[in-house]
Ligand binder design. Sequence first.
Ligand code: NAD
Length: 473
Amino acid sequence: MDRVLRIGPERIGAADREALALVNPANGQTVGQIPVATTADLDDALAAADMAFKSWRKVSAYDRAAILHRAAALLRERAQSIAHFMTLEQGKPVADSVLEVNGAADIFDWFAEEGRRAYGRIIPARTPGVRNMVFREPIGPVALFTPWNFPVTIPARKIAAALAAGCSCIAKPAEETPSPTLAIAQALADAGLPDGVLNIVMGVPDDISTHLIASPVIRKISFTGSTRVGKHLAGLAAAGVKPATLELGGHAPTIVFADADIEKAATMTARSKYRNAGQICIAPTRFYLHDSIHDRFVARFREVAASLRVGDGLDPATQMGPLANVRRIGAMEELVADARGAGAGLELGGERLGNQGYFWQPTILTDVPNQARIMNEEPFGPVAVTHRFSGFDEVVEQANRLPFGLSAYAFTSDGATAARIGEALESGMVGVNHMVLTTPETPFGGVKESGYGSEGGSEGLDSYLVTKFVTQG
Ligand code: NAD
C-alpha cells in the first residue's frame, strides 16, 4: 500500500516529506509512515481541484456514473486486500472490514445512479414567451475531512456524492487510517477518473483544514468527527460563507419498554454496542430500561458481551478488536472511574485488557446517575450504561436531555408506543425494534450539536448541488 499524497498527477511519499508513523492498535507497533503535506502541497491540491472542476463539471452525469460504477467493481475485487490494511491501521475484525469495503462499493453504485437524477425544473411564467428554468449545478471544489472509525464508509459517502454531483475534491483521511481512502482514490483512478478531480492530503489536521477552508477555491466542506472539532470547522466555514455538512458526536438513548421482546432487544443491542469496539457515532449507549425488565435485560446483554472474543482483528476468530488509539484507553479509564465514583454498578469489564495494544474489556455499568460524565459525554468505546425508568414522559425527557441528537433506538411490541416514541425523540435518526440506520439510499445525519446536513439518500447528493434560476424571454 503506497501511503502517498495524491495531488493532481503527483504522488508524494513519506521519503520526500516530514513523516508520521502509523501504528497498529493491536500491538502498538509501527506499520508504516505517512507524508505530512506542506503548505505548498495544499496550494498545489487547491490548484489541481480548481482546474479539474472546470472539466469534471462538464462530464455528463451518465459518463460520471460509468466511472463510479467501475470504481465500485474494483473496490469489490480488492476488498480482501483493502480490508487487511484497514484492520492493520484501525483494528476492527477483518471480516467487518471486508463488509465495510463492500458497503462502500454499494455507496458508489448508488450515488452513480442518483447523480443521473439531479433534475432541474420549469416553472410556468407570468408573461407569455418567458421560460423560468431551475438548474441544479455542482457547488464547486469541496474539502472533505474524515475520521478513523469507518475509514472506508465515511470517505465513500462524501467522495461518491461529491463526484456524482460533478464536484472536484480534496479529501483528508484521518492520519491513523489513510489506506482505505487511498484505495478509493486508486480504484477511481483505475476506473478513469481524471487526475486532479480527487486529491488526497494528510498531515497536521488543523493546518490542513484552516488552509483549505480559507481558500476561495473551496466552496463547501464536509466533516465527520467530534463536536469539538466540528464547531471549530463550522466557524472557519462560516467566515467564508461556505456551507458545511457536519456529522458529529452522538450519545444514543436506547429505550426498552416493558412490553418489548427482551431477549431479542438485549441480543441485538449488545451486538451493536460492541461492534467496532463501540467506536461508532450511532452506537447504542444510554440504555433506558423499564424498571420491571432491567435485570432480565442486563442478564442477557451480559451473556452476549461476556462471550465476545476480543483480540487482534487480523485473527479471523476475533469478534471485537482494540480501540483505535491510546487516547481512547485514557478516555475509558477516566469515564469508568468517574462513573464508579458517582455510584454506578459494575456488571462486566471495566479494565484495560493486556499490556500490548489498546484493548478494553466489553463493559457494562448499571444504574448510572445523570451527574456521571459518561451520561453526558460520548464514550466512543465498548461501554454500555443503564438507567431505569417507569413512565413514557419521564424516559423521553431523559433521552432528550443532552445536546446530542444523532441516533436513538426504542424497543416495544406496541404499535402506538412505537409511533409515539419515534415522534418524541429529538434525533436525526430513530430505529424502532431494529438498528439498521445506514444504507446508501437513506439519509444519515443529526440534529442539535450532532451536526447538520445529511449524507446518504437524495439529501446526500443535494448537499453538493446549488440551485440556479435562469429566466429567458
Ligand atoms: P478528534 O476530535 O481530535 O479527531 C476526530 C477526527 O477529526 C480525527 O480523524 C482527526 O484527524 C480529525 N480532526 C481533528 N482536528 C481536525 C481539524 N482541525 N480539521 C480537520 N480534521 C480534524 O478526536 P479523536 O481523539 O480522534 O476522537 C475523539 C472523539 O471524536 C470521539 O470521542 C468521538 O466523540 C469523536 N469521533 C466521532 C466520529 C464520528 O463518526 N462522528 C468519528 C471519530 C471520532
